[in-house]
Design a protein around this ligand. Sequence first.
Ligand SMILES: O=c1nc2n(C[C@H](O)[C@H](O)[C@H](O)CO)c3cc(O)ccc3cc-2c(=O)[nH]1
Length: 321
Amino acid sequence: MRRIVVLSGGIGGARFLRGLQRAAPEADITVIGNTGDDIHLFGLKVCPDLDTVMYTLGGGIHEEQGWGRADETFTVKEELAAYGVGPEWFGLGDRDFATHIVRTQMIAAGYPLSAVTEALCRRWQPGVRLLPMTDDRVETHVLIDDGAGGRKAVHFQEYWVRLRASVPAHAVVPVGAEQARPAPGVLEALAEADLVLFPPSNPVVSVGTILAVPGMREGIAEAGVPVIGLSPLIGGAPVRGMADKVLAAVGVESTAAAVAQHYGSGLLDGWLVDTADRDAVTVVEADGIRCRAVPLLMTDVDAAADMARAALDLAREVRAA
Ligand SMILES: O=c1nc2n(C[C@H](O)[C@H](O)[C@H](O)CO)c3cc(O)ccc3cc-2c(=O)[nH]1
């Protein structure tokens, strides 16, 4: 299984990918990155999930935080705040700003996001081919109460970072996804893949947004190769982040089994749950998805590599069946 395609969000996907690289050093890995979290701030285009993958695999990530740059300073942000220019709730550091300036400048010069991402990766050498899911603009919005008896849509980052997902999400809408086309190279990578992986990324706002791009589901199905996912939930709670909040918005229970059922046996061939959720194995298998329980806590790169090995083993089982 040399050619592996991974549909990735930010932190969880990036850390899993680092494990996959260790577990399968010979593999040719293509990452299809979520761009629904992208946000335009201060006239700049910020792509949090693409950057998180690029910095994590390129050795520039802030390890504890999981996003943004290591050894970061915030002088530009402080100067903007001194002018009264916000938002102050989104932490863009000086080093990170440079990435967004280069990206925005290249886009203004007419380059598509896929070409810009390739150019940025020339510096970071992430060891994978990093593709945005689309070159078209897709922006995830979350429908919340407006405090006056009605509802309003806010940008995903406002819901996630400013509100810390503390208010109920009534709906999650990847605005623009219906008209979006997969970025160059995405469908080709799927067609040539030996294996497709869904890392323990958010099933709604990360993997779900990628799957919302027309042609993506068909591309995965037509590849005719094992599709293996890893649960982002352990014991009914997200390992990191607030996935449970957005799962509720799409009517999915916060359990490892419910997430597998949400993806469905039409898409998924195999599913890994944590050993704490071993009772879910029979439930998931009853739905026609091969399931195994293994430790899913990515405490370090070795643990992530063990998870990647388990996913590769499950893929071999599926293929041999
Ligand atoms: O919790 C936060 N997450 C921040 N993130 C992470 C991001 O909001 C989310 O975790 C992802 O979009 C979800 O995958 C950033 C990511 C970037 O690439 C650049 C800047 C930020 C800033 C913040 C922030 O201020 N607070």
